[in-house]
Design a protein around this ligand. Structure first.
Ligand code: IVH
Length: 677
């Protein structure tokens, strides 16, 4: 009998230890080792033992273990409006630049624009949809376009209104940041890497009772869809939702001008450590919602807001060695391997030295005592060298002239500025194995194919094992081989397979961005996608003769200049690039470019703008034209349908060219009339 009890006792103890271990794999390492079902089975067994033998609970109990592997089984729902990110500012100059850009876009000459300032909460973002005042949907951000239905878990937040009464719009979508208070986190800090991780894990529990174990809090900061729209300013909106019972951040404030921005920034940076929640900067938003609407968005972030990050945390350490790293464009970046030091809660052992010129300018040497700083997620930088601590025998660092692959590196001369680049590059593209690996990391990155579970470390591992040599290999992985690797369980393999399969269908612009042509970022990829429309047309670039013709036309696109055209040409002049691109295409289903707003006022028309405009900037005019279905060209050609001539200093030559080609010309006043009609 005694033995039987001992066995039960031991089994119960072992299960609880295992559950804790698997929580660590999930929450701390982000690398689950067993499936949800296996986890649940263990948990059930322990619960049964506790039910039959209540005395077991006196020492340890399943109920006291916080967290369970979050579920992958949430319903996916498309956001009513995309959830974007914010662009960042790190210093006063960046903020002055932001203010200048706002004014330029809106064509405002003198008066200052009111801003609304809020702390940027470092939590998990969610969006709440109230229909006729009733909370009906709660979604995670997901990839910004599609979120996950986590309503039941969100409902466990006590201060979040489930029903709102009063003069509530029919549809009200409130965006918020969910967090765990620093004090509450202290009680559970053994189980999680940080409060943000804990909040994320808690929100993704399958069983809301698990979520309810951890006290979640939130601040509402914005909106998605509101119908009918009744607010005029961000301040109006927050005031009203606060009356309806939402928590809004008490430090939020309307401000105006760069001096006030700097003042409040310093003030809140000083308060920062005393707050019960983590913040990593302040968000500045244009207060007037009408102006926000006019400013609109770029591909990832609104033009009307910016996150001004707090100054980076600094630390002193010593350089052990200077090595080089090769980026996906062949750029050679020097990296200082330093004595490990904690900066802002993270142990740092590498810091970037930017480029050869920077090392020369600061005279940075191996063995030097340096100050480093870390801002956000970016790799830490070397701020300064303490030359007083330098040994006599220290020698100047001689920058290697060769890439890690052995090839000679070069500094290019810019065609536009005729200046020599500060960055050395290896020019071998996929032929350099170091560049090839970085290109793969770009392909799987968030902005490109966005493949969950295939991060940088996994690419390194699969590359070393020769599982992946070029992008198309990602879609032909042998999962049986992966299964044999340590750290890969059934669940993680299944998740990887799902994520890869999902990303096989891709929009043309994402595809163009992913193949990593130099100077073709997300915005340019979109412009090219709207030009080619189909992958078939894009593939004409592979053939020399056809490419020549296409490149001549690319110059007409607003935003595409000589640099980009040359980069496209160089890329496809390389047979290996063409082959690798073709192989990738074979693995994918590439969607045609979606023409949005074909029913706009200028649907399918090609427009060009010349001269300055009185009531708006050229950028705004361009954005309006595109929102109305137009394609905006950068030069006059037969293809152009309308030339819009602004009232200030239009180029005569362009007007004459258009007249010769019998292209319709409209004045700024006529343009305004069409927009208001
Ligand atoms: S405004 C981009 N305000 O930061 C759309 N965002 O980097 C406008 N965040 O996804 C966002 N506090 O999760 C805004 N006061 C605040 C915020 C805030 C935290 C998060 C939010 C967003 C991310 C953007």
């Amino acid at each position: 009998m005694k033995d039987k009890y001992r066995n039960i006792y031991n089994r119960h103890k072992k299960i609880l230890e295992d559950l804790k271990k698997h929580n660590n794999f999930y929450f701390k390492d982000d690398n689950p080792q067993i499936s949800d079902a296996e986890y649940d089975k263990l948990k059930k067994e322990a619960l049964n033992l506790e039910k039959k033998n209540p005395h077991l609970k006196s020492k340890r109990s399943v109920e006291k273990i916080i967290g369970a592997p979050p579920s992958n089984e949430f319903k996916k729902i498309k956001h009513l409006r995309p959830m974007l990110s914010l662009s960042n500012a790190f210093n006063k100059e960046n903020m002055i630049d932001f203010l200048k850009k706002l004014k330029n876009f809106l064509n405002i000459k003198t008066e200052k624009i009111d801003l609304f300032c809020e702390p940027k909460i470092d939590g998990i973002s969610a969006t709440l949809i109230y229909e006729k005042g009733i909370l009906n949907k709660g979604l995670s951000r997901g990839d910004g376009i599609t979120g996950e239905d986590i309503l039941q878990n969100i409902k466990t937040i006590s201060k979040l209104p489930k029903i709102i009464k009063g003069d509530v719009p029919k549809i009200l979508e409130v965006r918020c940041e969910i967090y765990i208070g620093k004090n509450d986190f202290k009680l559970i800090e053994e189980d999680f890497a940080n409060p943000r991780n804990a909040a994320g894990g808690s929100l993704r529990q399958k069983d809301p009772r698990e979520t309810a174990k951890i006290p979640l809090k939130y601040f509402a900061y914005g909106f998605g869809m509101i119908e009918p729209m009744k607010f005029k300013t961000q301040l109006d909106f927050l005031k009203k939702i606060s009356e309806w019972g939402f928590s809004i951040n008490p430090l939020s404030k309307k401000i105006n001008g760069i001096e006030e921005i700097e003042q409040i920034h310093k003030k809140i940076d000083n308060l920062r450590s005393s707050l019960d929640y983590d913040i990593d900067g302040l968000v500045y938003k244009v207060n007037d919602l009408n102006l926000q609407k006019r400013l609109g968005n770029t591909s990832n972030s609104p033009r009307w807001a910016i996150a001004y990050k707090f100054s980076a945390e600094k630390a002193v350490t010593q350089i052990k060695k200077i090595t080089i790293q090769v980026g996906r464009t062949g750029a050679i970046t020097p990296v200082a391997k330093v004595e490990p030091v904690t900066v802002g809660g993270v142990v740092v052992s590498n810091a970037t030295l930017h480029n050869e010129d920077e090392i020369e300018r600061k005279d940075i040497r191996e063995g030097d005592v340096i100050q480093i700083q870390r801002a956000g997620d970016v790799i830490p930088q070397v701020v300064s060298v303490d030359t007083t601590k330098r040994k006599k025998e220290s020698e100047k660092f001689i920058f290697p002239k060769k890439c890690l692959c052995g090839a000679i590196t070069k500094k290019e001369v810019s065609k536009n500025t005729k200046k020599r680049d500060a960055v050395r590059r290896c020019l071998r593209g996929y032929d350099c194995r170091f560049i090839a690996k970085e290109k793969l990391k770009h392909v799987v990155s968030k902005e490109a194919f966005n493949i969950d579970g295939l991060g940088k470390k996994v690419i390194d591992q699969f590359w070393e094992l020769k599982f992946i040599k070029e992008p198309s290999d990602i879609f032909q992985l042998d999962y049986n081989k992966i299964k044999k690797l340590e750290g890969w369980g059934d669940l993680s393999i299944e998740n990887l397979r799902k994520a890869i399969n999902k990303s096989k269908t891709v929009n043309l612009d994402k595809f163009i961005y992913s193949i990593g042509i130099r100077h073709i970022g997300q915005e340019n990829a979109k412009i090219l996608s709207s030009f080619f429309i189909t992958i078939k047309e894009f593939s004409n670039l592979f053939e020399y003769k056809k490419r020549e013709n296409i490149l001549k036309n690319l110059g007409e696109l607003d935003g595409i200049g000589e640099t980009q055209i040359e980069a496209v040409n160089n890329f496809f002049n390389n047979d290996k690039n063409v082959l690798i691109t073709k192989n990738l295409i074979d693995q994918l289903k590439i969607n045609d470019h979606l023409i949005i707003n074909t029913d706009g006022k200028f649907s399918n028309k090609k427009l060009m703008f010349t001269g300055g405009f009185e009531n708006m900037s050229r950028s705004e005019a361009k954005a309006i034209a595109e929102n109305n279905g137009a394609k905006v060209l950068g030069s006059i050609s037969k293809k152009l349908d309308i030339l819009v001539v602004g009232n200030t200093k239009p180029t005569k030559r362009k007007i004459n060219q258009a007249k010769e080609l019998k292209i319709k010309i409209i004045t700024e006043n006529e343009w305004s009339k069409i927009l208001n009609s």
